[in-house]
Design a protein around this ligand. Structure first.
Ligand code: XIL
Length: 373
């Protein structure tokens, strides 16, 4: 059975990656950006053993050099927002294209940042050709092959993989709240375990994580989700599955009911199961807030501060990533638009790459967090 990996070891920058990055640089790929004033968010994090980073798209890195520069300043780890998803990588069956994900990998190598893998398996963003086959007898083989290919392609380059994303569904009336998505018969934890074994085989050095949303607030649905998550981890552990960490997405929303003690206990429960915790997709939906920018920024920062004071108190929390870094690009404007059509102010930098009050809240919370080095 594979031994448990430690995230801090995995996140250390590998020498061979640096050499590969230098070769790509000589070939004229991304130039490394000058380091701006310290301390940056990554520095506040590093001083306490927290790796800070964000999500980005390969096209955004090319289109917005100022965003790329800001990422190199503030981040120690980067995750592709979409570019590793199955529907983007394997548009045509058997002809995978890793161009966009590889570009992000090169960017991280050249700037001495770690890379997260997101996501090997998700019930969304499935290529059209796979939709039908997944419900058929070959469905499970397809899932395992996808894991083998994507994790194998990035072997040695990814510090931590979201092996499975969003397999909990509390809305389907099942007691175990597991998603009904063929070829994952709901309740069949054995096949989820197989996915983790396949990922371990494809890259023995990457930390392996289960990632999901909807654990942060107090509501009956989220109670069910928290219970389902703990049961899932226990069942995976019983089967000896190589799971190292638990990813909490942290798509927060101002106005939702956050009960610090409840969330703090959930983090302690996960830590007690011997997993580290990664906060993987933090952003703060502000559609319930008025238009005024200063008022909104202040309320967003306050919400982030209260949440992170609690979350970062748990020493098992080793990573914090925001879903995007600058308000110039956030999925919320497309997937969760404000009723007044104004752009969200959800992230640590504004659309001109200036820091927002949320940036300061994140910096302060990391600065005040207990040391987990
Ligand atoms: C989102 C991306 O940000 C969007 O660009 C895309 O259209 C849909 O997916 N949970 C996840 C992420 O795990 O992969 C999702 O990303 C946001 C919710």
């Amino acid at each position: 059975m594979p031994t448990k990996r430690h995230i801090q070891e995995n996140l250390s920058f590998k020498r061979r990656d640096f050499l590969a990055g230098s070769a790509a640089l000589a070939a004229g790929a991304f130039a490394p950006f000058a380091t701006a004033a310290s301390p940056a968010l990554k520095d506040f994090g590093a001083s306490k053993g927290i790796t800070f980073g964000c999500a980005v798209g390969a096209r955004d890195l090319v289109e917005y050099p100022d965003l790329a520069a800001a990422i190199t300043r503030d981040c120690a780890i980067v995750v592709p927002e979409n570019d590793m998803k199955w529907g983007i990588v394997e548009h045509i069956q058997g002809r995978p294209s890793y161009e966009r994900a590889d570009a992000i990998s090169t960017f991280t190598q050249q700037n001495q940042m770690a890379l997260r893998g997101h996501t090997a398996i998700w019930y969304r963003n499935i290529p059209e050709w796979a939709q039908k086959q997944l419900s058929g007898p070959e469905g499970r083989d397809l899932i395992l092959a996808r894991i083998k290919h994507i994790v194998g392609h990035f072997r040695g380059r990814v510090a931590e993989w979201d092996v499975i994303n969003e397999m909990i569904d509390h809305t389907n009336g099942r007691a175990d709240a597991m998603r009904n998505w063929p070829p994952f018969a709901p309740g069949d934890i054995g096949f989820i375990a197989d996915c983790f074994f396949a990922a371990r085989e494809a890259d023995p050095d990457a930390a392996l994580v289960y990632n999901d949303f909807g654990f942060e607030y107090s509501s009956p649905g989220e109670d069910d989700r928290r219970n389902a998550a703990l049961r899932l981890i226990e069942e995976l552990k019983k089967r000896g599955a190589p799971i190292d960490g638990f990813g909490i997405q942290c798509h927060l929303k101002v106005g939702n009911n956050f009960k610090p003690q409840l969330f703090r206990q959930f983090l302690a429960d996960i830590a007690a199961l011997d997993l580290h915790i990664s906060l993987t997709e933090l952003d703060i939906d502000n559609q319930r807030l008025p238009a005024d920018i200063n008022a909104r920024d202040a309320a967003v920062a306050e919400h982030g501060r209260i949440f992170l004071e609690t979350a970062l108190d748990e020493r098992a929390v080793k990573q914090l990533l925001t879903w995007g870094l600058s308000n110039r690009i956030t999925w919320l404007n497309i997937d969760r638009p404000r009723a007044d059509g104004l752009p969200h102010r959800a992230l640590p930098l504004d659309d001109k790459m200036n820091v927002t009050p949320l940036w300061h809240a994140i910096a302060d919370c990391m600065k005040n967090a207990p040391d987990r080095r």
